[in-house]
Design a protein around this ligand. Sequence first.
Ligand SMILES: O=P(O)(O)OC[C@H]1O[C@H](OP(=O)(O)OP(=O)(O)O)[C@H](O)[C@@H]1O
Ligand code: HPA
Length: 184
Amino acid sequence: MGDASRADRQSDAVRPMIAADKIAEAVRGLGRQITSDYVDRPLTLLGVLSGSIMFVSDLMRQIELPHQLGLIQASSYRGTATEPDELSINDEFLPNLADRHVVLVDDIFDTGNTMLRLMHTLERHHPASLKSAVLLWKKDRTRVELTPDYHCFEIPDAFVVGYGLDYNDEYRYLPYVGVVQTHE
Ligand SMILES: O=P(O)(O)OC[C@H]1O[C@H](OP(=O)(O)OP(=O)(O)O)[C@H](O)[C@@H]1O
Ligand code: HPA
């Protein structure tokens, strides 16, 4: 009860962009695609903390193949920043990726800096193959020579929250994606 009223209060400040049922439908589609692409291959999904937690846990349940889960942390948008700062990567929890087919799973591909750096870091672990899957792609903001291998939605250049994405560590719990209305 307390949680519901908190969610209602806070979501007043968020303009919905992608509804929860649309996200679920897109995640089901991506799960089907990965299922058909990785038949008979040892698959590891590698979730990028913290933003990917909802996406990776929903995606796992839509992949009808045995697979492993690993986690890696990458962080560059700190506090109330909507532009990236220095990227730090923590690969302490990484499982053995040698000879595994790895799909790196993140909530959003914005400038692309995080994904590019993670791909370089992971190549050093000798996976059999390495691809990226993101829920959201801000195509017009991409600043690197890389595009996501799989994506669910292309979105315009707006700072979005919900379904794992945060603004100042808030809003990750929202089941939909929306644009945060910041109060000046
Ligand atoms: O394409 P880019 O411009 O690099 O931005 C994308 C990255 O930024 C966010 O992570 P953040 O640094 O906010 O950490 P978090 O996942 O813990 O929120 C998001 O989860 C991506 O990992
Ligand atoms: O639009 C965004 N929202 C939340 N986190 C982000 N990290 C990069 N872009 C975004």
